[in-house]
Design a protein around this ligand. Structure first.
Ligand code: CA2
Length: 149
């Protein structure tokens, strides 16, 4: 197993901090990346941080994580949460723990956001903590794999 944690972000998250701050906050995806790296470093882990608006590219990174023997994979599938059996299938082939993150509390929003295909393979789901949820997810993966501070 490598000491790399993949953090994969789905469509439109590149716009974080530029629109809808009342919902998603003012932090940018670059801020999220810094937070993930700083948190991972505390546990001796490194981060492969990605964002894509394309389902296939997200699937390719999941395959890469598997081939590399990644320590864990954190995913905010964004709009693909409620639609993508293909991302679910890719994650199912991964042995490493998967943690699903949402910035907002998807259960307090529209009904259609509440059903996640991804949760079926997630060891844990974090939602509603804003971008701090990513730091919680990295800490959670570290705990799952027994990495010490
Ligand atoms: O709360 C989350 O993290 C979501 O995964 C975000 C998705 C949404 O479809 C999910 O239901 C919940 C939307 C990502 C779009 O991100 C933007 C951020 C700022 C401005 C515009 C879009």
């Amino acid at each position: 197993m490598s000491n790399t944690v993949y953090v994969v972000n789905g469509p439109n998250l590149n716009l974080l901090g530029t629109r809808e701050p009342e919902l998603y906050g003012r932090a940018t995806l670059a801020d999220v990346e810094k937070l993930c790296r700083a948190t991972a470093q505390r546990f001796g882990l490194t981060v492969q941080f990605h964002q894509s608006n394309h389902e296939g590219e997200i699937i390719d990174w999941i395959h890469q994580a598997r081939a590399e023997g990644a320590a864990g994979l954190i995913i905010n599938p964004a709009g693909y949460t409620t639609t993508s059996v293909a991302i679910l299938d890719a994650l199912q082939a991964l042995e490493a723990p998967v943690v699903e993150v949402h910035i907002t509390n998807i259960h307090a929003r529209e009904q259609f956001r509440r059903h996640s295909y991804i949760s079926r393979v997630a060891r844990a789901v974090v939602c509603g903590f804003g971008i701090e949820g990513y730091a919680l997810a990295v800490t959670g993966v570290a705990t799952m794999i027994g990495a010490k501070e």
